[in-house]
Design a protein. Structure first.
Length: 119
């Protein structure tokens, strides 16, 4: 299938698909006219890559899981564990941001208490 068809079926932009191809995450064959041609199996791979990226996995992390996904050897349990790790990372970012918010509000209070009173 052509790259435009793959894009339409997966809702992944053509530019992004080209990047995945260039990075070796997906494979295409070149037609005599230079167009990329993708096998049907690439659909699943692109969906897996897109979902992984939406969850915040880096391309390097996706590249590590993808070979096992392609061969059907990536278990649901492994992916659940990886997603739980992402949740823990997000929770840590949220905790840091909440602490920063608390400090910022504290500083507002401090500056308000130091404000000169107008006569």
């Amino acid at each position: 299938m052509r790259i435009s068809e793959l894009s339409a079926k997966t809702k992944v932009s053509v530019d992004r698909l080209r990047r995945y191809d260039a990075a070796g995450l997906i494979a295409s064959q070149r037609q005599p006219n230079g167009d990329r041609d993708y096998d049907e199996e690439v659909l699943r791979q692109v969906i897996f890559i897109a979902m992984s990226r939406e969850m915040g996995f880096s391309l390097a992390q996706v590249a590590a899981y993808l070979p096992r996904f392609k061969t059907g050897k990536l278990s649901s349990g492994e992916m659940i564990q990886a997603i739980r790790q992402r949740v823990a990372e997000v929770d840590e970012v949220i905790a840091v941001q909440k602490a920063l918010r608390k400090m910022l509000l504290s500083h507002i209070g401090w500056f308000k208490s130091k404000k000169r009173k107008t006569p």
